[in-house]
Design a protein around this ligand. Sequence first.
Ligand code: GDP
Ligand code: MG
Length: 440
Amino acid sequence: GLSERLQQVMSRIRGKGKVTEADVKEMMREVRLALLEADVNFKVVKDFIKQVSERAVGQEVMKSLTPGQQVIKIVKEELTALMGGEQSQIAVAKKPPTVVMMVGLQGAGKTTTTGKLANWLRKRHNRKPLLVAADVYRPAAIKQLETLGKQLSVPVFSLGEHENPVEIAKRALEQAKAEHCDYVLIDTAGRLHIDEGLMDELRQMKEAVKPDEIFLVVDAMTGQDAVNVAQSFHEQLGITGVILTKLDGDTRGGAALSIRAVTGAPIKFAGMGEKLDALEPFHPERMASRILGMGDVLTLIEKAQAAVDEEKAKELEQKMRTATFTLDDFLDQLGQVRKLGPLDELIKMLPGANKIKGLANIQVDEKQIARVEAIIRSMTKEEKMHPEIINGSRKKRIAKGSGTTVQEVNRLLKQFDEMKKMMKMMTNVPKGKKKGFRFP
Ligand code: GDP
Ligand code: MG
């Protein structure tokens, strides 16, 4: 992923003290490669790198203590913006029903997605959709939609496979009006390649039913090809949104980025599986993380940056190094960590956390932390600086003051002692050998 690439560059740059424009250029080269590997269109990558470079050579990065992370953050922000920032919603016609045409190549997932969308509208928004079987070419296409309709208890309009699709769409719209349906979802035919006959038919249908949305359904696994497909459909039909399917596969999702950049049409939903509830509103930010190949570590970095005072962090680090870390500092650090949010949530955001068995179900006892804080607060200044003076009677007093027990005070003192020993050991490790993500 991109984070590893940038970390490698950073470890080369590190010893130099200052980040130069040439260093940023080197980082950009890595970003460029990572994006191309994620199957992002090369023209899109070129423009993107230009944009990011401008921000990266600015003060933001050069003066930062962590330029690598700073660059990743900029890249992610720009990627998110490129994919449309906030996720968008489905249109609502002023006068119902809202008409939606589903278009795309054969096998992209149009029929399945039409069913998923009906399910989503009905379950999430309590809407009344009508499914329309307008793919009269593919054998069994009508049957497929009817089966989905039955599974969902959603009505399906069909005139068999001998009627003209434009006529089917028109008549379906009339029925939807008569039956007070909110949404008309038209499943159209696809071909293996873009084809003039198909486009003609879709244009006529558009003219006849005046859809509020034309959703292009695109298989995310098709990568670069998806961009060309999207471009032609957009030129000929004017799509209003894109639904990316098969994102549950192992695609990096670079197509998502290119499609948005090339057509300007927002990606509205993501198909995450074959089941009918496997449809999610599209989240540009999550897709950006996916393209960069780094889980939610960015959200974590951002949270940490917002919560941890940089000066304070440096001060603490210095104290750890010189082993002058006191119980007061410990209290301080607990407070900083708690500002980040529930600890169990934070742990889940760590890279690779989902691969560690049991970690997903970890429960961090927030109450326990509160008790530790109470114990430290019940100590005198002297005690906090020199815990070794805490004898039996002091322990009793502290336990009473904090509403805890002597055993708990003992446990904390022992843990703190061990922590200090560990810090000493850690700070004695030669610098280059420290590995992995440094938790602030
Ligand atoms: P159409 O030709 O565009 O109507 O495509 P279909 O709806 O018939 O889907 C083609 C195949 O893709 C079917 O086997 C679907 O189950 C599968 N499919 C559709 N969407 C998804 C998805 O989001 N994830 C996965 N894994 N498979 C999907
Ligand atoms: Mg189909």
